[in-house]
Design a protein around this ligand. Structure first.
Ligand SMILES: [Zn+2]
Length: 77
């Protein structure tokens, strides 16, 4: 486990349905837009309605978000 890489993505996690969730509140965050040109450096702007907080994630980080099996299992139970 690369500690540095995982530190970048603790704010969010990916559910089994491929949607991005906010780690702080567990709510799904909505895609609001994007910054920069399409490519590895592009950043996506998400917004959490529960926390009223914007979350900006580079594409390269999005690709590494781990699927949260435990969270999905908790919802299904
Ligand atoms: Zn939130």
């Amino acid at each position: 486990m690369d500690g540095l890489a995982s530190a970048e993505i603790v704010t969010v996690y990916r559910a089994l349905d491929d949607s991005i969730h906010h780690a702080r509140c567990g709510q799904r965050i909505a895609l609001q837009g994007r910054r920069g040109s399409v490519g590895p450096e592009m950043e996506l702007d998400f917004y959490c309605f529960a926390c009223a907080e914007s979350v900006t994630l580079p594409l390269c980080v999005l690709a590494r978000i781990p699927v949260a099996n435990e969270a999905a299992a908790a919802v299904a139970a």
